[in-house]
Design a protein around this ligand. Structure first.
Ligand SMILES: [Fe+2]
Ligand SMILES: [Fe+2]
Length: 357
């Protein structure tokens, strides 16, 4: 029976994750960072936002809610397939890398997408929520953006299975596989470090003015996660890119800029659809170009768009360094999970000097 199960993997030797040895120079640092900033959707109560929400015009409410739908859809697929497929594509011996990617995968849908739903459930009726999700499913640009991202994830998924179980579907060359893996990582970094930001803009715009602060806190916590996700996958992508010969590197860079143009075009139309009614499209496009440049840098390249000044109100909302938090009403993104160590007998001898072992 086992022979049959393993017939395509007869030379296989199973091993375990040994955290005593670093797999590379950066993964354990990202591991620490990811776990130290863990949070749960229910950590933040949204009730204090309700009065302000009720005072907003229907156009503003709609733009705000549509942005959260965009964010929800992106986070959903990043959790369902984006992160898991990149994790599966990592060579089997890199157990720590897989653990970091799997942890990030769990955050995307179970924490981030769930948090957007908590905002919907607090601010809106069931019928309104249903209409919003239906809007996302019908919106051409939203669907095109997802197809542009998820298509590369699915391609890598297909090759992962082919490669792992070659008996099923023929060989996959290293070249074909590595290109597919790198492109999926590029799609992932664009999603994490650029596409999210058109949706983040509006909550940050309110937050920067001291409005809808609880929802703004959630956005800041998500943003803090996404920024290390983009950096981590960017690191993996850079490592892979350096392995390609010069000619391939040139071709891949060409592909990258075409891909960015294509995504950006869809993004521009989506931004105009959502933000024209509240007169903010111009500023949001600047913000997205600013973040597209950050995505390029995460992938190891120079900025693609000209440098432009971002709306200072949004930068104020983005400034995560200087917040002072009231821990009874807000968790705040300055919140760090407590570092703990096991209690020992001598922790309870209060008179004797404590000896650290
Ligand atoms: Fe996410
Ligand atoms: Fe993410």
């Amino acid at each position: 029976m086992l022979d049959q199960i393993n017939k395509t993997r007869s030379d296989r030797s199973y091993d375990g994750a040994n955290w005593n040895e670093h797999e590379d120079k950066f993964t354990q640092t990202f591991y620490e960072q990811n776990l130290s900033q863990f949070w749960r959707p229910e950590d933040i109560s949204l009730q204090p936002d309700l009065n302000l929400w009720a005072s907003l015009s229907p156009e503003i409410k709609l733009a705000y809610a549509q942005n959260l739908v965009v964010l929800t859809f992106l986070d959903t697929y990043q959790g369902d397939i984006g992160m898991p497929v990149v994790s599966r594509s990592i060579a089997p011996e890199y157990h720590q890398r897989k653990a970091v990617l799997n942890f990030m995968a769990a955050m995307e849908n179970a924490v981030h997408a769930k948090s957007y739903s908590n905002i919907f459930m607090t601010y809106m009726s069931n019928d309104d929520i249903e209409d919003l999700f239906a809007w996302g499913q019908d919106n051409k640009n939203m669907q095109n953006i997802l197809a542009l991202i998820v298509g590369y994830y699915e391609n890598l998924d297909r090759l992962n299975y082919k490669r792992q179980y070659q008996g099923l579907d023929g060989d996959v060359s290293d070249y074909e596989y590595n290109v597919a893996q790198w492109k999926a990582m590029v799609a992932s970094v664009f999603l994490e470090s650029c596409l999210f930001y058109s949706g983040f803009y509006y909550p940050l715009y309110f937050y920067g003015q001291g409005k809808l602060m609880q929802a703004g806190e959630i956005i800041n916590l998500i943003l803090r996660d996404e920024s290390i996700h983009g950096l981590y996958i960017g690191n993996l992508a850079m490592e892979l890119y350096r392995e390609f010969d010069e000619k391939t590197q040139k071709e891949l860079y060409e592909w990258l800029t075409t891909y960015l143009d294509e995504i950006y075009q869809e993004e521009v139309e989506l931004i105009e659809f959502i933000y024209d009614p509240v007169d903010l499209s111009h500023d949001v496009k600047i913000f997205v170009r600013y973040n597209a440049n950050k995505a390029m840098m995460n992938l190891g390249f120079d900025p693609y768009f000209e440098y432009e000044e971002v709306n200072p109100v949004v930068l104020n909302g983005l400034n995560t360094e200087t917040k002072t938090m009231d821990n009874f009403s807000m968790k705040g993104n300055g919140y760090q999970k407590m570092k703990s160590e096991s209690l020992m007998d001598n922790d309870f001898y209060f008179d004797a000097p404590r000896i650290k072992r």
